[in-house]
Design a protein around this ligand. Structure first.
Ligand SMILES: [Zn+2]
Length: 236
């Protein structure tokens, strides 16, 4: 009997989707999710297409792992981020190519496209370099992630956060797209970077973005994304 079977299956599905979407290569990348009393994290050295739910590793908040499989070599930043950021429950890391190119140039992603708002601010910061798997890397990652849902890791890759694995995946997908746009604009001599006032409006609007029908939008949010007037039940 394996605890959190549905969640473990979802974690494997997200990892497979990450590779199939070109957002990661091979065995690089890893995913963790908060559960009661600790976290679940993808194991070290198991290919995603061979990964079984029971191989996902459970860790407690004392930093111990349980079972026969060793957690990902990047367990430390997953553990440290989930511990330091109660506002998120999933941490997704990959070596997405465009994010990695910028990370190897140690470049932040500026607000060249308004969708940078999904990262929680007007810039996706690139952290200083630290060797993989070290406590030093956790410190650098947490600093670059301050008030943000994503960061680049210097000479390494990208981290995306979310309330669920699917939401962290959506952030990763968008940040990789932003990285590709930013690289393209630099190749054409540089894009027009949005200013603070323009980004303040975007960040306000993101507070009411992606809502489903019937989901409440905080009435105090200025610059709300408003649907058109509702005309009643579905017409035949
Ligand atoms: Zn990595």
């Amino acid at each position: 009997m394996t605890d959190h079977l549905d969640l473990r299956e979802e974690m494997i599905a997200i990892c497979l989707r990450m590779n199939a979407s070109g957002l990661n290569t091979g065995a690089a990348g890893n995913l963790s999710v908060r559960v009661e009393g600790g976290l679940l994290i993808t194991p070290s050295g198991v290919a995603y297409d061979k990964m079984r739910p029971e191989q996902i590793v459970e860790m407690d908040w004392e930093g111990r792992y349980y079972g026969d499989f060793v957690p990902s070599s990047e367990w430390r930043f997953h553990y440290d981020i989930l511990k330091a950021r109660p506002d998120v429950d999933a941490v997704l890391h990959s070596h997405a190519i465009n994010c990695s190119i910028l990370a190897c140039c140690r470049l932040d992603i500026p607000p060249v496209h308004y969708m940078i708002g999904v990262s929680g601010g007007d810039v996706v910061k690139c952290s200083a370099y630290a060797p993989f798997g070290t406590a030093e890397l956790s410190v650098e990652a947490l600093s670059a992630l301050e008030d943000r849902m994503a960061c680049l890791l210097g000479n390494h890759g990208v981290i995306a956060l979310g309330k669920t694995p699917a939401k962290a995946f959506a952030v990763l997908e968008e940040v990789e797209n932003l990285a590709r746009v930013y690289i393209g604009t630099r190749m054409l001599g540089g894009g027009v970077i949005l200013g603070k006032e323009e980004m303040d409006v975007v960040l306000e609007r993101f507070k009411s973005y992606g809502k489903q029908a019937g989901e409440a939008v905080d009435a105090t949010v200025k610059n709300r994304v408003e649907p058109p007037p509702h005309g009643g039940p579905k017409r035949l």
